[in-house]
Every structure is written in C-alpha cells, then in structure tokens.
Design a protein around this ligand. Structure first.
Ligand SMILES: CC(C)(COP(=O)(O)OP(=O)(O)OC[C@H]1O[C@@H](n2cnc3c(N)ncnc32)[C@H](O)[C@@H]1OP(=O)(O)O)[C@@H](O)C(=O)NCCC(=O)NCCS
Length: 192
C-alpha cells in the first residue's frame, strides 16, 4: 500500500463528497457522536490549508480538519474519518499527529482540544499528550456546541446545560506547558 499523509490542497476537493459519505455512513453504523458535514465545508477546509488528507494508492484513506473557536483561542481537530477498507493500519494515528502538528504551526498559542466517544481516538490523543478534562475547560463558543445538534445525544448535553455528555473532553498541553516540559526534561539530563 502506498500511503500519503498530506496537508490537503485545492486538487483534493474532488474527494470532498466521498469524505462526507464516509462520515455519514460511519455515523449511521456507530449510532452516535459524529456530526454531519457538507461537501462545501470540507472543500473550504481544503482550500484554506486547514485539513489533512490520507491517500492510499490514490484512493481516499482518511481525513481530519482544523476548526477555530473564541477568535482562535481554541482549536479543535475535527471530522476524523478513516475509510473502513483501510482501518487498523495506523492511519488515524498518522492523520491525528499531522493535524495536531498543523494546528500547532498555524495557531501556536491556541488550546487544542477534542471531544470523543471513540476508544482509538482517546488512545491517540493520550499519546499526543492530551488529558481528559471537564467541559468547563473547553471553548464556551456557542458555535462549537451547535455542532453537537446533529448528534443523537444532544438532549443529554442540553439537559446538563453543556456541563457534560457522553463524549470525553480532552485537552492538549498549552504552548507554555510544552515549553515548561522541555525545560524540565533538559534539567533531568545528567551529563557524564
Ligand atoms: C476511529 C477511527 C478513526 C480509527 O482509525 P484507524 O486508522 O483504524 O485507527 P489506527 O489504526 O490508527 O488505530 C489507533 C489505535 O486505536 C486502536 N483501534 C483502532 N480501531 C479500534 C477499534 N475498533 N477498537 C479498539 N481499538 C481500536 C488501534 O489498535 C490503535 O491502538 P494501538 O496503537 O494501541 O494498537 C476509524 O475507526 C473511524 O473512522 N471510525 C469512524 C469515525 C470515528 O469514529 N471518528 C472519530 C470521531 S471522534
């Protein structure tokens, strides 16, 4: 298999419809947790350099994109999907790492977060340094939470006044925390 993990370019917009179909079919199969996306929205992410695409032998392998909230204070890596034909080959791990790196590059001071019910996503986030947090630590931007309206569990979220739901919230270390960790780690290196 020839796998390419790329920052999506305008030429990749031809895959937008197929990506939306994959997202929709996976949402039906899981019965929860994945908001619907329109091809125009996916295309816009590709045209603005805010998406990662995986191609496997020229076919769509997977996708994820960046969303910003609270005027760029928060960044979510959203819409992660891997083509069922190519699952369990580490594609999601590579896409998530690439979209995380792209987020850091484009928005170095933003808090990167995600909400998920997926075990694979929790594992990958954990390995990237994310920690579970309560929803109070995430963006309070209404536009982000409006994205949950197409989830079948939305009634649970609203009943709890957005404080909790079935998704686990995970927050990546801030730029300051990363810098502090680098200092701590260099303190721990003993020469000789
Ligand atoms: C979740 C999803 C993205 C995983 O993609 P993938 O390419 O198969 O994942 P990877 O191969 O990179 O696996 C990552 C880790 O999760 C584990 N994993 C993958 N699928 C799993 C499953 N169904 N059950 C348990 N563990 C699983 C892998 O073993 C790996 O862990 P390890 O490195 O400790 O062995 C894919 O199944 C998918 O597109 N699902 C539908 C959409 C979805 O749920 N998106 C997430 C919304 S938040």
């Amino acid at each position: 298999m020839q796998i390419k993990i790329l920052v999506a370019q305008p030429e990749h917009t031809v895959y937008a419809r197929a990506i939306c179909t994959l997202i929709e079919e996976s949402a039906k199969a899981r019965g929860t947790g994945i908001a619907k996306r329109k091809p125009e929205y996916v295309e816009e992410k590709m045209l603005t350099g805010k998406a990662i695409i995986a191609l496997v032998d020229g076919e769509i392998g997977g996708f994820s994109y960046i969303e910003t909230w609270d005027h760029g204070k928060y960044v979510a890596n959203s819409g992660l999907i891997v083509n069922p034909q190519f699952r369990r080959h580490g594609l999601a791990r590579r896409i998530k790492a690439a979209v995380f790196e792209l987020s850091r590059k484009k928005y170095p001071e933003a808090r990167v977060f995600g909400i998920t019910t997926s075990l694979p996503v929790m594992k990958i986030n954990h390995d990237l340094g994310y920690r579970p947090v309560t929803f109070s630590e995430l963006t309070q931007d209404d536009a982000f939470w409006a994205g949950c309206k197409t989830c079948p569990n939305y009634d649970i979220l609203s009943r709890n006044e957005r404080r909790m739901c079935l998704c686990t919230a995970m927050l990546a270390p801030s730029a300051d925390e990363v810098r502090a960790m680098e200092v701590d780690l260099s303190d721990m290196i003993v020469e000789g």
